[in-house]
Design a protein around this ligand. Structure first.
Ligand code: FMN
Length: 295
């Protein structure tokens, strides 16, 4: 049922990374049989979104999607562009799904709502989401300030309470993680960190290097604005945040993430990554990563 919604060869979705919107990277994932995704949550204008969508279309005829943030007022204009481009399924995050799903359905598309807790899974199903992406606490990216469960707990817990398809996200780096996710009740996976450490991913080489160097226990949740973000803790960063008077909330601001990550200025915002980084020892082509995972 999830594969039907995506139309891709494999139920492997590219986790959107807000600071990276590279149409070639998205297309490489779709070409490899996964579901490439644009991150359209923070688009400043509709024209910017259109340009990215057109560029992916020009690079692949395989299915691809996009993540939107429900709170973005431009969605009413961006969603029709996605439907026109033939996108079958989008993911939605940050906001109440009941607000946006009528429009998604009117346009003939389906949506998977991204969430971090059982409570939100139940309300997303009630609000009309066609599926959900369940992101456990191992995942890279922004998290809430609430206590959270890991993928191993959250996926089966939610599978016991909802009927719509589940995509597991967080901590999946290889075929063992993929098979575990399916065994826990998911129909597919969403990958962030593993695909960032791919040959095609355009992140800064120093960011990839930090992922390769990251060991067991090498990430932590750090406060960024009024949320938490999982990032790699290097020895230098550890010394800095433990130094007297260091105020993380003041030092790390989300508005600097794009600059920090694009130019490897990790003192502005540390290198975001999930706990899966400890399992990643090589930079491989996307096709190899996906095919090894589903084999
Ligand atoms: C640096 C970074 C930035 C991210 N930015 C976004 C984002 O803008 N929107 C979003 O929905 N998810 C975002 N995510 C979450 C990923 O899409 C994905 O769900 C997550 O990385 C899965 O966990 P994994 O890293 O263990 O594979 C981000 C993740 C990372 C590591």
């Amino acid at each position: 049922m999830l594969l039907e919604m995506l139309g891709s060869k494999y139920p492997v979705i590219q986790g959107p990374i807000g600071a990276i919107n590279d149409p070639s990277f998205v297309a490489s994932i779709s070409e490899a049989g996964g579901y490439g995704m644009l991150a359209l949550g923070f688009m400043p204008t509709v024209d910017d979104a259109k340009k990215l969508i057109d560029e992916v279309k020009a690079k692949t005829d395989k299915p691809f999607g996009a993540n939107i943030m429900i709170i973005n007022p431009l969605n009413e204009k961006i969603l029709p562009l996605l439907a026109e481009a033939g996108v079958k399924t989008v993911t939605t995050s940050v906001g109440f799904p009941g607000k946006i799903y009528p429009l998604i359905h009117e346009l003939g598309m389906k949506g998977l709502h991204v969430l971090l807790s059982l409570k939100h899974a139940v309300s997303a199903e009630d609000a009309g989401a066609d599926g959900i992406v369940v992101a456990g606490s191992e995942a890279g990216g922004l998290r809430s300030t609430n206590p959270e469960s890991s993928t191993m707990i959250l996926v089966p817990l939610i599978a016991d309470h909802v009927k719509i398809p589940i995509v597991a996200a967080g901590g999946i780096a290889d075929s063992r993680g993929y098979r575990a996710a399916l065994a826990l009740g998911a129909q597919g996976v969403q990958l962030g960190t593993r695909l960032m450490a791919s040959a095609e991913c355009p992140i800064h080489p120093k960011w990839k290097e930090q992922i390769l160097q990251c060991q067991d226990g090498g990430t932590a949740l750090l406060p960024v604005d009024n949320m938490m973000m999982r990032a790699i803790i290097t020895p230098q960063l550890k010394a800095r945040i433990e130094s007297p008077g260091f105020d993380m909330k003041k030092e790390f601001q989300l508005k600097n993430a794009s600059k920090a990550w694009n130019s490897a200025e990790f003192e502005l915002v540390p290198a975001g990554a999930g706990q899966a980084a400890a399992l990643i020892n090589d930079i491989k082509p996307v096709k190899e990563i996906i095919e090894e995972m589903v084999s």
